[in-house]
Design a protein around this ligand. Structure first.
Ligand code: AMP
Length: 188
């Protein structure tokens, strides 16, 4: 049975770093919707042009577009044994669609790993990332919007997955290596 893991956490919680490390360790692709959108943006595809206005504001790209992109990505041969999901699902509509999609593939989510980091630490990290990586959406106003979008749309997923018995909370304020070890303990 394929292994689908979902990483949940606010922007700046370290999902990307941990998803990459987990993917390498488990031999599964890291599927990050933010990276997929940025790739499309860079190559100026139709999808990229559509996504840009939402990303620049820190808003979510419409669900139909995002869900179709994920379905397409997960249908690639390298995802045959599962994937580490980073940044998807991000709201309840996407969570429902993801469940239906996996059921069609004859699979289910193995675990939802919630990396918890406190608010002030999150803002510090995002501002630091803005300096280091120069991501266009890491400015103060967009960060505020993304935090708000997270609080309103993504945080309800915590209860949703907790009620399904899938949620595991990890302390994301430890070192990268400690967080990684905690995650590995859950999934191996
Ligand atoms: P991220 O790299 O995960 O922080 O995503 C960067 C931006 O891409 C977000 O602020 C959204 O505009 C868009 N995005 C990424 N994942 C999703 C998603 N699952 N649903 C809608 N928009 C998304």
């Amino acid at each position: 049975m394929a292994t689908y893991l979902v990483l949940l956490g606010a922007p700046g919680a370290g999902k990307g770093t941990q998803a990459r490390m987990l993917g390498e360790k488990l031999g599964l692709p890291h599927v990050a919707t933010g990276d997929l959108f940025r790739h499309n943006l860079k190559h100026e595809t139709e999808l990229g042009k559509l996504a840009r206005s939402y990303m620049d504001r820190g808003a979510l790209v419409p669900d139909e577009v995002t869900i179709a992109m994920v379905r397409d990505r997960l249908s690639q041969p390298d995802c045959a044994f599962g994937a580490i999901m980073d940044g998807f699902p991000r709201n309840l509509v996407q969570a429902d669609a993801f469940e239906v999609m996996l059921a069609e593939f004859g699979c289910a989510i193995r675990a939802v790993l919630f990396i918890h980091v406190g608010q002030s630490e999150l803002v510090n990290r995002l501002l630091k990332r803005a300096e280091l990586e120069g991501r266009a959406d890491d400015n103060e106003e967009t960060i505020r919007t993304r935090m708000q979008v997270y609080a309103e749309q993504t945080r309800p997923l915590l209860d949703y997955y907790r009620n399904k018995g899938l949620l595991v909370q990890i302390d994301g304020e430890q070192s990268i290596e400690e967080v990684f070890q905690n995650l590995l303990e859950v999934v191996t």
